[in-house]
Write a protein that binds this ligand. Structure first.
Ligand code: R5P
Length: 294
């Protein structure tokens, strides 16, 4: 096994060379996937732009209603038309999402932590594969804790979901967790995203960081970027723009949408960046216009 001294950050990531693909499928790393897997990935990633906007409302699985998501039944219908993917728990889906919504579903599949404990890194796979099939999930979201106490069990959870997902052609989305003591550096994200991709995740949900282009270049599957804590709208749109410019294939945003004063305008403005090539300034102007029009 390579020792830790071999862990170098300063390497050649060939940023000028586009990712090599075999075949013409529009999702990175999936050209050799089975038909059903490609169908699910195509439900998530728009064929024209190649990108996706996910609306994350799974925070309740460890934060209860304290995250700013007091009423799922109000916020989800308000945002639904603006996004490609709804990311939630089975409880939220069954109770608060119209099954006729026509949106892709990212099913939160792990649980077991709560904000009452400091260490959030110990989770289990809480959803079995038959349940995911019943819910017609387009991907299974598994939290991973590289470098934390719960690393082993979380990577075990991920591997198990990849094994089951492969059997039923359901993609797995590895969610990179950043704990209190975990660094939010390109060094960490190069390590974590690559580990999770090599264990078989078809999509990685991670965070924007310095040298993000290198993180993307070294990751053989698409990265979607989480929003994180609520920022002023303009800053959140700049984050979205930087992430997309750096090679992200989409945004998976929660708090920066549902905690906004104008969630619908925020979600639509993010879509402008992700699918229509708006820059952050154009998107912020669009956001203001929408807010002013009421
Ligand atoms: C948190 O654990 C969940 O996975 C969220 O889906 C994720 O953090 C994205 O939401 P936010 O944009 O609020 O960070």
């Amino acid at each position: 096994m390579a020792d830790i001294d071999g862990m170098k950050v300063a390497k050649d990531y060939h940023l000028d060379v586009p990712a090599k693909v075999t075949g013409d499928f529009h999702v990175k790393g999936a050209s050799n996937a089975e038909w059903g897997m490609k169908k699910h990935l195509s439900n998530i990633f728009d064929k024209k732009s190649g990108n996706t906007v996910m609306f994350a409302f799974d925070h309740g699985y460890f934060m209860g209603s304290t995250s700013g998501l007091e009423r799922l039944d109000i916020i989800i219908p308000e945002i639904m038309d603006e996004v490609d993917v709804l990311m939630g728990t089975r409880g939220a889906l069954r109770t608060s999402v119209d099954p006729a919504c026509g949106k892709a579903i990212a099913l939160r599949a792990t649980s077991g932590s709560s904000i009452l404990f400091d260490d959030l890194s110990h989770e289990i796979n809480a959803v079995d594969i038959q349940e995911a099939v019943r819910l017609n999930a387009d991907c299974l979201a598994v939290q991973t804790f590289v470098g934390a106490e719960g690393q082993l069990s979380s990577l075990q959870n991920l591997s198990e979901m990849v094994n089951l997902g492969s059997r039923y052609s359901i993609p797995t989305m590895g969610v990179i967790a950043v704990g209190k003591e975990m660094e939010r550096t390109d060094r960490f994200f190069k390590l974590a995203t690559r580990i999770v991709a090599e264990l078989g995740a078809n999509i990685i949900k991670s965070y924007y960081c310095d040298n993000f282009e290198e993180v993307v270049a070294a990751c053989p599957v698409p990265i979607v970027v989480a929003g994180g804590k609520k920022l002023p709208e303009q800053e959140a749109l700049t984050l979205a723009y930087k992430a997309m410019s750096g090679g992200a294939k989409g945004l998976d945003m929660g708090r920066n949408i549902f905690q906004s004063q104008h969630p619908k305008a925020m979600a639509r403005s993010i879509g402008k960046i992700v699918h229509e090539g708006f820059n952050d300034q154009e998107a912020f102007e669009f956001y203001n216009d929408m807010v002013n029009e009421g």
